[in-house]
Design a protein around this ligand. Structure first.
Ligand SMILES: C[S@@+](CC[C@H](N)C(=O)[O-])C[C@H]1O[C@@H](n2cnc3c(N)ncnc32)[C@H](O)[C@@H]1O
Length: 265
């Protein structure tokens, strides 16, 4: 198994609490993925990095089955504890070496995963192998609006300046290539992106606490003193600007699902 991928065992206990869909978002987000992939009730779907089943469990209501790999035993245990009678089958395995047959799936989904895998090109080749020739990979992700609210902007700028944006770079697909890496690897976009827009709220205190508690995997590798420096910088910037740490700010957000066919040949 690849020891370099970011395996989510440390997050298993709090993943659903911190990454779960906001109320009312799960249904439209999953529907967007089904539309993008043109998934049908008899489709067998592969999920790369199935995690706690945040995607797979609700997706199973629309398709025949979801089979997913993950390197984290803890995340899979969470999924199994939530699974009722859904046809969701997690496998403890590396996405770069799928223990799954060739030409076996009508579709595949990948949500917040390729930035965690250094050998992400190999993982993509494995998805192409496991898909039927006309099977679609739906790449979906949650995104914040490009224009942050002023409070959010201020907190993020303070963090970036204190911590350094480069120290948060991914081990897999770099942040700057999120929108292009699949077409750069020869995958062919099909259909229109399916986008669901919504607004979340968060208080500055919650925002700072999440960074301080290393909720996001990009923070796991930072030394303690760097995290403390970043959190202190955010609190000080908020105090200087007279911001109430308990006054919620809006986070305009999108869930975007884009479908691709594997490279030709
Ligand atoms: C951010 S979580 C996303 C989980 C799920 N797709 C979702 O959206 O909730 C990424 C998951 O990918 C898993 N992972 C990381 N590298 C992997 C690899 N090389 N092979 C399989 N799973 C991997 C992690 O353990 C984690 O559970």
């Amino acid at each position: 198994m690849s020891s370099e991928s970011i395996v989510f065992d440390p997050a298993a206990g709090y993943y659903d609490e911190t990454r779960g869909f906001a109320p009312g978002v799960e249904g439209p987000a999953i529907a967007a993925m089904v539309r993008a992939g043109e998934f049908a009730p008899d489709s067998r779907i592969l999920e790369v990095g199935i995690g706690t089943g945040r995607i797979a469990l609700p997706l199973a209501a629309h398709v025949r089955s979801v089979t997913g790999v993950d390197l984290s035993r803890g995340m899979i245990d969470r999924l199994l504890a939530k699974r009722d009678d859904q046809a969701v089958y997690p496998v403890l395995a590396d996405a770069t070496r799928l223990p799954l047959p060739t030409n076996a799936f009508e579709g595949a989904v990948a949500v917040h995963i390729f930035h965690l895998i250094p050998a992400w090109q190999t993982a993509l080749q494995e998805v192409a192998r496991a898909l039927k020739p006309d099977g679609r990979l739906v790449s979906a992700y949650y995104d914040q609006a490009e224009k942050l609210s002023p409070v959010h902007e201020l907190l993020s700028a303070a963090w970036d300046e204190a911590v350094g944006r480069d120290s948060m770079e991914n081990v897999g697909v770099p942040r700057a290539r999120y929108g292009t890496f699949l077409t750069e690897e020869g995958w062919r976009q099909v259909g229109e992106p399916q986008v669901y827009e919504y607004t979340q709220t968060r208080t500055p205190r919650e925002h700072v606490r999440r960074m301080e508690q290393r909720v996001w995997s990009q923070c796991w590798r930072l030394p303690d003193e760097v995290v403390v420096r970043g959190a202190t910088a955010m609190r000080e910037a908020a105090a200087r600007a007279g911001i109430d740490l308990d006054a919620p700010f809006e986070v305009p957000s999108t869930f975007k699902a884009v479908a691709y066919l594997p490279p030709e040949g």
